[in-house]
Design a binder for this molecule. Structure first.
Ligand SMILES: Cc1cc2nc3c(=O)[nH]c(=O)nc-3n(C[C@H](O)[C@H](O)[C@H](O)COP(=O)(O)OP(=O)(O)OC[C@H]3O[C@@H](n4cnc5c(N)ncnc54)[C@H](O)[C@@H]3O)c2cc1C
Length: 276
């Protein structure tokens, strides 16, 4: 297992913000991962591809586990088993090639499949949980569970422990239909901003859209130093250079206060904040 010291977290997080991690472990096998939980329990922080995390600046002394080397795939007759670090975009393309249905909701979502399951990520109204058979999790003491009953909610898979592996149902699809579904998402995402972001900062409130509320509050294009609320989509913050954690927190507070004052709606964070 690789172990790296003094890693710049801004290079891991897609928005490019964060201090230094004293140590990051990169397990390559199930046993590697189990041993880390046996040693550190809940104290170890879990990182996938860092596309939904904003790290605090300064030195993070707690250990981190990166899942990116746990990227095995095992195709079986009626199911597909994936380790948590498998890349979600690669999985979507593979499912189209092999004509397997149900993975298109992950189209255009960067990151690992473990991160997607943890946050019940989706680009459509459908959930990836619709095609999950079971999830192998590692408890904080290093023991394992196989879970097959789930209660996912909006942007929360509600799985408490480390997601090691996922077994999906292998449902036959037709390439033509899958490409059609993909095309609909491509069209929908045309207004997605480019640049260094962590995706949607806030969850959409019930029957509303955070991006539209932020736009109506007149905050599109608002800047704090190098951090900008995208001119294209109000729910995306863009790091144009050297934005830092304080800029990010200040921006969050400004947006939340303005939206609360104008519309009486409290915006909740979709992104995860990892403090030192
Ligand atoms: C440009 C852009 C567009 C995006 N579009 C969307 C979208 O349309 N829909 C959407 O839902 N999201 C979207 N996102 C957010 C993000 O890509 C997803 O949430 C993604 O699934 C996170 O995966 P990750 O591997 O990067 O997880 P990370 O960001 O590394 O981690 C996110 C959380 O998951 C936990 N986690 C990660 N792996 C595991 C594991 N194996 N076991 C337990 N916990 C784990 C982490 O501890 C953390 O709390 C977007 C992000 C970007 C940058």
């Amino acid at each position: 297992m690789k172990i790296k010291n003094n890693i710049e977290l801004s290079k891991i997080s897609s928005i490019g913000i964060g201090g230094t991690a004293k140590v990051i472990y990169y397990p390559e096998t199930l046993d590697n991962a189990k041993s880390l939980f046996k040693k550190f329990g809940r104290n170890i922080g879990i990182i996938g591809s860092g596309t939904n995390i904003v790290f605090e600046d300064g030195l993070h002394t707690r250990p981190y586990l990166s899942t990116v080397e746990l990227d095995g795939l095992d195709e079986r007759e009626n199911e597909l088993f994936l380790e948590c670090g498998y890349n979600s975009s690669k999985l979507v393309e593979l499912s189209i090639d092999k004509e397997i249905s149900g993975f298109i909701p992950l189209y255009g979502i960067p990151g690992t499949i473990g991160g997607a399951i943890s946050g019940n990520a989706s680009a459509t109204a459908n959930s990836i949980f619709d095609i999950i058979k079971s999830v192998e999790t590692i408890n904080p003491d290093g023991s394992m569970n196989i879970e097959n009953e789930f209660t996912p909610t909006y942007r929360n898979g509600n799985i408490r422990n480390f997601i090691y592996g996922i077994t999906f149902k292998k449902i036959k699809g037709r390439k033509e239909q899958l490409l059609k579904e993909k095309y609909l998402i491509v069209e929908k995402r045309k207004n997605q901003p480019s640049g260094r972001t962590c995706g949607s900062v806030f969850k959409n409130p019930e029957n509303n859209y955070a991006g539209i509320l932020i736009e109506k509050a007149g905050l599109k294009g608002y800047r704090i130093c190098d951090l900008e609320i995208s001119k294209v989509h109000g729910n995306f913050f863009i790091n144009n250079g050297k934005a830092n954690y304080n800029d990010f927190i200040e921006m969050i507070n400004i947006v939340r206060n303005r939206v609360l004052k104008l519309f009486g709606i409290e915006l909740l964070l979709e992104i995860k904040v990892f403090k030192r």
